[in-house]
Design a protein around this ligand. Structure first.
Ligand code: SF4
Length: 332
């Protein structure tokens, strides 16, 4: 439950489906996950992006084992104290796994609540957050005994937002399969005012800071590729990558790459293979990829691995492209 909730945050279900079974096969219990090496957790998360979630899930498993004797806390309040569990995830786990009468408000539920109240706010506005959570909590506390379980109530609200009160074309007047419109039109202020399309208000697009990466493909005499590991904090923390120089203001010059990575001087020892762009939530990244000759003394932080081994490492999407796809075209 916790694994699926964290994997599904900001990641498409189809992509999660590719990784979910393998992750649970390797870590079938919270003890197995808590006892694993972080590099292995990141490797099995590879391709899902937002690797911070994997590190937090790992930390949460360790907290459950070391601080709670291997038993999950059951209330939303206690779950929120675990690393990586925000208000929504704690509410979802508490209600779905433990039957707690507590709300789980995601973007779908927020949209429904704002439209019902006719409030033209962005979803993340503090007022919107407070209103959505208090309305959803009230549904739980005022629900009659005959009402469905807290989990079903939460799932129904989320599903209602995803299937009926959708972001762009809400089904107020009838796009449902059964031909009827939304059952809440009489209670919906946005419907009465015709403001559904304006609620929630769009957020300003995030300003992404540029970052320039120069990655080199270096092979040893056995044809294995050099890989190194990123720092434990910051962008793509702890993942593996080709030896890389990064700069915030401009791409590194060839001289800087040679100096920084110890690439030997001379004709043909450093040539450009490709350039491409990639975005993260906060960065606009430009990658330059080079093929380089083996330094006389490769840095101790480099490891030389065959492609099959590299495929099993935790790699960001750009580095997967560099180390697995571009490396294949670069020859030996
Ligand atoms: S009437 Fe339309 S806007 Fe209001 S809750 Fe129903 S689908 Fe959403």
């Amino acid at each position: 439950m916790l694994v699926s909730e964290l994997m599904l945050q900001q990641t498409q279900a189809a992509r999660v489906a590719e990784r979910f079974d393998g992750f649970l096969d390797r870590f079938p219990t919270v003890e197995a996950l808590a006892g694993a090496d972080e590099a292995e957790v990141l490797a099995l998360w590879s391709g899902l992006g937002y690797y911070r979630r994997a590190r937090l899930l790992h930390a949460a498993a360790r907290a459950i084992v070391h601080e709670h004797g291997g038993r999950f806390p059951e209330s939303a309040e206690a779950l929120r104290k675990l690393p990586g569990l925000g208000r929504y995830t704690a509410g979802a786990v508490a209600s779905l796994s433990f039957g707690a009468r507590t709300p789980a408000v995601d973007a779908n539920v927020t949209r429904v609540m704002l439209r019902l109240e006719g409030r033209e706010l962005t979803s993340s506005a503090p007022e919107a957050v407070a209103l959505s959570w208090s309305r959803a909590a009230a549904l739980h506390t005022t629900a009659p005994r005959s009402a469905p379980t807290p989990a079903l109530l939460n799932e129904a609200l989320i599903e209602f937002g995803a299937a009926v009160c959708t972001p762009r074309a809400p089904g107020c007047l009838g796009v449902l399969d059964h031909g009827k419109g939304c059952p809440l039109t009489e209670h919906c202020r946005a419907f009465a005012a015709g403001t559904q399309a304006r609620i929630p208000k769009p957020k300003a697009a995030p300003a992404r800071k540029p970052m320039y990466f120069s990655s080199v493909l270096v092979r040893d005499k056995l044809g294995r590729l050099a890989v190194t590991r990123r720092p434990r904090s910051g962008l793509w923390a702890g993942l593996h990558e080709a030896p890389t120089i990064e700069r915030p203001d401009r791409p590194a010059t060839l001289a800087e790459i040679r100096r920084g990575l110890g690439i030997p001087k001379g004709r043909g020892t450093l040539h450009r293979l490709d350039t491409f762009e990639a975005e993260t939530s906060h960065r606009a990244c430009r990658f330059e990829v080079f093929v380089a000759a083996l330094p006389a003394r490769p840095p101790a932080s480099w490891e030389f691995l065959a492609s099959a081994s590299i495929a099993g490492l935790g790699l960001s999407t750009p580095q997967r492209r560099i180390l697995l796809e571009l490396a294949r075209t670069s020859g030996k």
